[in-house]
Design a protein around this ligand. Structure first.
Ligand SMILES: [Zn+2]
Length: 163
C-alpha cells in the first residue's frame, strides 16, 4: 500500500531537518527532530515484554524511545517510533496503560510518564500502526537513496546509536 500524502509529507519534513553537510543517519535525524521541537528525545535499549519491539514514552519534559535489546532491525523500529512521534500518535495515558497491563504498573512510571505507545511492527488493524510503518519504510528508503557519503544508515552500529 503506498504511503498516504500525510506520511509522505512527514518523511520529507524530517529529512528537511537533516544537517546540510556530513552524513545523515537515523540518530542524527532524531537529534534534528528533537532540536526542532525543542524537546529532548532519548534513545535507549531495554528489555521489553516479549514480542514488543519498541515503546515511546512521553514524559513532561522529554520523549524516550525504548528499543528491544538485541533486535536485528532496530533501525526500522526506531524509524517506526519516530513516525508515531512526528505524526502525532499520542498513545494512551499511562494510568490507563497500567490498568491494562500490570507489568507496567510501577509507581515511577505512573508518576512521571504522561503517555506511552507500545507495539511492534507487522500487520495491525490500527491505522496509526500502519501509518508509522509506512513512515518507517519510506524514511529508510529515502535515507538509503541519499548520496552514499551522506547516508550512514548501514554503517551506524548499535554501540554508537545507543552510546
Ligand atoms: Zn507502533
Amino acid at each position: 500500500m503506498p504511503a498516504s500524502r500525510r506520511v509522505t509529507r512527514a518523511v520529507s519534513a524530517v529529512l528537511d531537518l537533516a544537517p546540510r553537510r556530513g552524513e545523515v543517519s537515523l540518530t542524527r535525524l532524531l537529534d534534528a527532530v528533537s532540536e526542532d521541537r525543542d524537546r529532548p528525545i532519548e534513545l535507549k535499549m531495554a528489555e521489553l515484554p516479549f514480542g514488543v519491539c519498541g515503546q515511546w514514552r512521553q514524559y513532561a519534559d522529554r520523549d524516550v524511545f525504548l528499543i528491544q535489546k538485541g533486535l536485528p532491525a532496530w533501525d526500522r523500529t526506531l524509524a517506526h517510533e519516530l513516525g508515531h512521534l512526528v505524526l502525532g500518535h499520542e498513545g494512551i495515558p499511562v494510568v490507563q496503560a497500567a490498568r491494562e497491563n500490570t507489568e507496567m504498573a510501577s509507581s515511577d512510571l505512573i508518576g512521571y510518564m504522561l503517555n506511552q505507545r507500545t507495539g511492534c511492527m507487522g500487520p495491525s488493524g490500527e491505522e496509526a500502526e500502519q501509518e508509522a510503518e509506512d513512515f518507517a519504510a519510506l524514511l529508510l528508503y529515502r535515507l538509503g537513496r541519499l548520496p552514499s557519503d551522506r547516508s550512514s544508515i548501514v554503517q551506524v552500529r548499535l554501540g554508537e546509536a545507543f552510546g
